[in-house]
Design a protein around this ligand. Structure first.
Ligand SMILES: [Fe+2]
Ligand SMILES: [Fe+2]
Length: 333
């Protein structure tokens, strides 16, 4: 009681003044967002905006590097030198995307070590799509076509994200994703046009396994995605999950027809009234199970990342020692 009385003093006045100042800053920030301005790392931003971005960009970075694993699995088994060179380049691109994105997230004041510790402890998420296995060579084509295709749909609007370092990173990432999608589609076209009956069946089987997880890449339905609204208001997210998913289905079905494959959805049909494809219900129980850590490869992916981190300790130490030596030399000079 006394403490309550005592706490009404200059400190509280200061707190109130500060909160009025804070409110003015927030209003100025919101006005910049509404005007379509880009926010730079050095600019003032609400703590919640910063946290949302660190979470989103670091999850995106984790997805890029974990995404190297299912495809890396096929580098040594690519059927020709040409396919091997393409796959190597693609997997390297994904590593590069991870690095740009970690750098963009670091500008918000969270270190790479902190982000990686969150990934390795299982606290941070990455895209659940990478918790599915790549069982045959056709999976590599289908991952390029559908998974990179869905990634492009998701990421093109991020080139206009209100946080400038993220938006800038996404421009280059999207150009490379477009090559990833096309190489996947082209490799499937070759299998479907020139392949044996067995190879064609392999493509269809891969599509059957990857179709629904690809649709899940757009996240929960809008009605179950409470954070989306705030992200849309802040210009971090420009198009809703359901709208992006619909765009993806509309763009992909004509490509499936050219390939000569079907998608495993008996409810899929063109709706002349809406001028969109109607499609069947997504198994959200599976989605949440995989997000929650119980997908086919969650444990394997995390264990592989942790092992790579541990075994790479000597590289990090050597790089730091080299940088220190270099710095000392410069100081002496
Ligand atoms: Fe990527
Ligand atoms: Fe990609």
């Amino acid at each position: 009681m006394y403490t309550q009385a005592m706490s009404v003093g200059p400190q509280d006045v200061a707190a109130q003044t500060k909160s009025a100042e804070e409110a003015a800053r927030e209003a100025a920030f919101e006005a910049r967002i509404d005007a379509g301005d880009f926010i730079e790392a050095k600019d003032w931003m609400p703590e919640h905006y910063r946290k949302t971005l660190v979470r989103q960009i670091s999850q995106h970075a984790h997805s890029e590097i974990v995404g190297m694993l299912p495809e890396g699995n096929w580098i040594t088994r690519a059927p020709t030198l040409k396919r091997k060179a393409i796959l190597l380049a693609k997997v390297q691109d994904e590593g590069g995307h991870g690095l740009y994105l970690y750098s963009a997230a670091e500008t918000l004041g969270t270190s790479r070590d902190q982000m990686l510790a969150a990934l390795h402890s299982g606290k941070a998420k990455y895209s659940s799509i990478f918790n599915y296995p790549t069982l045959t060579w056709a999976d590599i084509g289908v991952v390029g076509w559908l998974v990179d295709g869905a990634a492009i749909m998701n990421q093109v609007p991020l080139c206009r994200c209100s946080f400038a370092p993220y938006a800038r990173a996404m421009i280059r990432v999207c150009r490379e994703e477009s090559f990833h999608q096309r190489q996947g589609y082209e490799s499937l076209l070759v299998m479907m046009r020139e392949g044996t009956a067995e190879q064609k069946a392999m493509v269809q089987d891969a599509v059957n396994r990857w179709w629904w997880p690809s649709l899940m890449m757009f996240g929960p339905a809008d009605k179950d995605s409470p954070n989306s609204e705030q992200s849309m208001r802040w210009g971090i997210k420009r198009i809703s999950n359901d709208d992006l998913r619909q765009k993806f289905v509309d763009a992909t079905i004509p490509q499936a027809e050219v390939l000569g494959i079907t998608v495993p959805d008996p409810d899929l049909k063109w709706n002349a009234q809406t001028e969109h494809y109607d499609f069947g219900a997504i198994d959200w129980a599976e989605f949440w199970r995989v997000v929650g850590g119980d997908g086919p490869c969650n444990r394997e992916r995390l264990a592989t990342r942790v092992k790579a981190w541990d075994e790479g300790a000597w590289v990090r130490e050597a790089a730091l020692a080299h940088a220190r030596k270099h710095m000392n030399k410069e100081q002496v000079a």
